[in-house]
Each structure stands twice: as C-alpha cells, then as structure tokens.
Ligand binder design. Sequence first.
Ligand code: PHE
Length: 353
Amino acid sequence: MIANLINQLENICKEAEIEIASIASLAQLNEINIKFLGRKGLVSKLMSEMRNLSPEDKPKLGQKANEVKGKITEILEKKEVELQASEDEEKIKKDKIDVSLPGTQQKIGGLHPLTQTINEIIDIFVHLGFTVEEGKEIEDEWHTFDALNIPKSHPARDVQDTFFVKSSPEIDCSDNQTVLRTHTSPVQVRVMQNSTPPLRFIAPGRVYRNETIDASHYSMFHQVEGLYVNENVTFAELKGTLLAWAHAYYGPEVDLRFRPSYFPFTEPSAEVDVTCTMCSGKGCSVCKQTGWVEILGAGMVHPNVFKSVGYDPEKVSGFAFGMGPERIAMLKHRINDIRLLYENDTRFLKQFV
Ligand code: PHE
C-alpha cells in the first residue's frame, strides 16, 4: 500500500516536471500550481489515503509528500523566473521608443484677426495718453439715445434697428426701455457721469443692430469709441489726434479726409476717410476708384450731451469719434465678407496666426 502511494507521488512529480517544462506563460504557471499543489490538487488528494495507513507508514507518506511538494515548488519558481525574464524582454522590445522619429506637431492657437486689430488700435491710443473704458452691452434707452441728443423720433431708435430687451413678460411700456446698445457712444455718457474733466479715453466693444446680414452687415459688430473733454478743445486737436493714430497704424504716407456729416451728438460732425492702402490713393476696386476709404465718424461734442451729464458747455469742450474695427481689419487683410469674421472656420482663422 505505502509503496504504491509513494510510487504515485513520484509519478505526480514527474508529470508536473513535464507539464512545467512545456508551459509558455505566467498565467499557465498558476494553473499548474493549483492543479498539483492546490488545496484540492493531486498531492492533497493522495494525502487523503493517509488515514488508511498504519501508524508507522503515515510519516513515510508525509515525508515523501513534502519532498514532492518541495521539488514541484522549486521547479515552478525556476520556471517563473525564466518566464518573467522573457516576458520583460518582449515588453521592452515592443515598447521601444524610436527617438530619431520626427515629433508630432502641436497646433497652436492665435488671436482672432479682429482681436488683433482692436488690440493694435488700442495700443496706439494708449501711447497717445488715452485710458481704456468699458460700458454695458445691455443698455437703457436714455444712455444710448436721449443723453446723446438723439430724440425719440430719430430713425436710429426705430425698432427696425434696435434690439429691445424684454425685462418682463408684459410689453415694457416705460419710456426708458432696455436695449442692446447700437453704438459705443453710451460709454461717453457713463464715463462723464462718473468723472470730472479733463478726461481722455477710448471704449472698444460690441454693438448690436437689427440689420439684414450680408457681406458687409452683421447684427453684431464692434466699435472703438473715443472721447476727449477739457477746456478749449478744438477741432484741430481732433484732426491731429486721428492723424497721429492713422500714421502709427497705417504708416506716415497716409492722409485723412474729413467730410462734413451729421451725428446728433456732435457738432460739427465729420465722416473720416483714410488713403486707400491697396492702391496708395490711386483708385482701385476696394476704394471704388476714389482713393479713399471711410473708417470712422467724429466731431465736437454737442452742448446738449454735456448738459445731460451735468457738464457746463460754456466751460468745457471736447471731441468724440467712433471707428469700425471690422472695416479696418477687412481692408487691411482684404477680407471681402464680414461673415468670415464670425463663422470660426479654422481654415480662415489660421491664416492670421
Ligand atoms: N456712434 C456713431 C455711430 O455709431 C459714431 C460716432 C461716435 C460718431 C462718436 C461721432 C462721434 O455711427
């Protein structure tokens, strides 16, 4: 009986040795461990015969079983080291990084062409001593129109141009409704209300008009407002300031042309053209053969505007201007459709990075 059991144990050991020699992965190693040495494994199963043995044979079987377990464990451990080493080697081979390969190029962002234009405009005025102010895009009618000498009957207040903001579900019947500002001029009013002359600032920002969208009109666009108020400000100073700006922005060869115009909040008023930079003033399709392109509106602050903010028009005077950065950017980059500026097509935008 004992001889037979010991023989079986030896066979188990040989079988284990053969199986271990043929395995190729660490996972299989574990299976074999369970099969031979596990709680329900072949060795344990054989040990259940122990209770049928005579007292002197029991230790013999125990000793042999320990010997076999030790041997199998030893072979398993050796195999594990081998397998681990070859798996490591595989991994190193597979994960090898070829440092000589060219890198993947990262796409970098850039400022929007319009932002670039506005920043350049601002920089020049800051160098001329102007500060930068901000107002509200959602304004009231008083700051947008009344305080700027734009009477109730003025077409600019027409519902067709102005976006009204409903402040309650009922129709707002008050005479000072909330609107999206149609120009940046209300910033003039807000700044004057909160400070005393002299003051000199620009106010860049978005404006909104209920317009039919086409290649040169959009329902949202930008303006850069400017205001200078002091004692004895003259139209010559307005011309000098704008010319200094134009020379810094376009170069010393350009000239400005002031055409008499009308704005309710300035008197006298002018529309201002700059020499067409495409043809240096000779005449081309961009300037419609005139040699000039209009870029801003300007004038001397109307006395009524000063009155509405509590300034004495007998004591102070000032000039104001409002330029259109979309138009300036489009002329500079020969962009023929304003919609390109708002469609966020990266094929268009990446040309300006
Ligand atoms: N607010 C005017 C407009 O929107 C521009 C302007 C500003 C004109 C300041 C004169 C003075 O067209």
